[in-house]
Design a protein around this ligand. Structure first.
Ligand SMILES: [Zn+2]
Length: 93
């Protein structure tokens, strides 16, 4: 799946797994998430997460028991954590 970079509109993007630092929704700190599905550009070098992935991470961090969160976690471990709330009732979409 090769697409033109949204930022420089020149390079080609490819999917990678990146280490990202994510701020917790309650502002108490940040965690390191490794292997986060990301898009990287071979021209300008930008690395970003699609809005979909950002939403998954935000939602998951909001819904899991954050006391059980390690400072560093893999993306798949994070997504496998049980959610405290049955559903995100702040998402009305
Ligand atoms: Zn680019």
């Amino acid at each position: 799946m090769e697409e033109t970079c949204e930022w420089c509109e020149t390079g080609k993007t490819c999917a990678t797994g990146e280490t990202v630092y994510w701020e917790l929704p309650d502002g108490t700190g940040a965690i390191t998430i490794t292997g986060t599905p990301s898009i990287s550009c071979n021209h300008c070098g930008i690395v970003y997460q699609s809005p979909e992935i950002v939403k998954y991470i935000e939602e998951q961090l909001f819904l899991v028991d954050r006391k059980k969160l390690a400072k560093k976690i893999t993306y798949s471990e994070l997504m496998a954590l049980p959610r405290v709330l049955k559903r995100n009732y702040f998402d009305f979409s």
